[in-house]
Design a protein around this ligand. Structure first.
Ligand SMILES: Nc1nc2c(ncn2[C@@H]2O[C@H](COP(=O)(O)OP(=O)(O)OP(=O)(O)O)[C@@H](O)[C@H]2O)c(=O)[nH]1
Length: 284
């Protein structure tokens, strides 16, 4: 009887020009297997791998060089983070931040859902993107917004008194709350927005091409929807900080800290509210 790998090997058709992430993982899983495919498809292997991951065309020679850079970058990231970041995140980060081959990060915006769709990029409990993806996407989004002179907003969302939920109803119920909030967030945002589990009970939404006024409406909608969710005999609320790209907040660090400070203020003012960061003179 054939195992999964043998079956996959038989159906992989590089000539089709597009490979799934499962097929890419299979082809590149060991040096021996990669060599096998190199021999079988000497002129199209690497360009097809890159095309499938980025939707961009490269010559075979260019693609082979890029592939080697991506692999090294992935090893480096795995080492730093002490976990497998996955090929998609490594490729995304390498092409946007390390390699000059890709001049247009637009591909990440347009194809981000294909590009980062692998399980390694999604938090199992909430169904939202993991923090590593946030770290890459916030840089890319800020770069795009500055380059295209478009607005960009960031929401930082924290569950109020979540410790009490865990203490009163148990950790498993707490997990259920997080899962529901993840679903609620995904339903409330646009396709071009990105919802992330930023930390334990802190969630975040990156909102490209969104003015502060509109981001604030979305944040308010999220806050109200959360308030209405019913759990077993209790409900929860969230506090939200909103930061937007402006003359002062133009880096991931400053934008995150603007949203964080606003979140802190929302907590301080009594929770269950959205506060807009007062960081600098806003342009939008
Ligand atoms: N169930 C569950 N709890 C989590 C998870 N991650 C973080 N937490 C809990 O979130 C709680 C956060 O507590 P605090 O930082 O004290 O904040 P808080 O009780 O929400 O209070 P405020 O932020 O001031 O409203 C802690 O009890 C953590 O254990 C998780 O994955 N599952």
């Amino acid at each position: 009887m054939k195992n999964d790998n043998q079956q996959l090997e038989e159906i992989i058709t590089i000539e089709s020009g597009s490979l799934s992430l499962r097929e890419i993982s299979h082809i590149t899983s060991t040096p021996e297997r990669l060599q096998f495919y190199e021999k079988k498809y000497p002129d199209i292997l690497y360009s097809t791998l890159l095309m499938s991951l980025t939707h961009e065309s490269y010559t075979e020679a260019q693609a082979k060089r890029l592939w080697s850079g991506i692999r090294q970058h992935m090893d480096k990231l795995n080492n730093i983070l002490q976990r497998d970041v996955g090929l998609s995140v490594a490729t995304l980060d390498y092409l946007t931040n390390c390699s000059e081959h890709l001049s247009a990060p637009k591909i990440i915006e347009q194809d981000k859902s294909d590009f980062v769709s692998r399980a390694a990029t999604i938090d199992e409990l909430t169904g939202l993107y993991i923090r590593d993806v946030f770290d890459v996407m916030i840089k890319t989004s800020i770069g795009n917004a500055i380059h295209n002179n478009t607005p960009l907003c960031l929401l930082m969302i924290d569950i109020d008194d979540f410790k009490q939920v865990n203490d009163n109803y148990g950790h498993m119920t707490g997990d259920k709350v997080l899962a529901e909030l993840g679903a609620c967030l995904k339903q409330s945002i646009r396709e071009s927005d990105m919802a992330i589990r930023y930390g334990g009970e802190e969630l975040s939404v990156i909102m490209p091409e969104t003015k502060e006024k509109n981001a604030s409406k979305v944040g308010e909608r999220i806050r109200k929807q959360v308030e209405q969710l019913e759990f077993d005999g209790f409900s929860v609320t969230v506090s939200i900080g909103l930061g937007s790209l402006n003359k002062v907040c133009r880096t991931p660090e400053t934008l995150i800290s603007a949203a964080d400070e606003a979140l802190y203020e929302a907590k301080h003012n009594g929770k269950n509210q959205l506060i807009i960061s007062q960081c600098a003179i806003r342009e939008n």
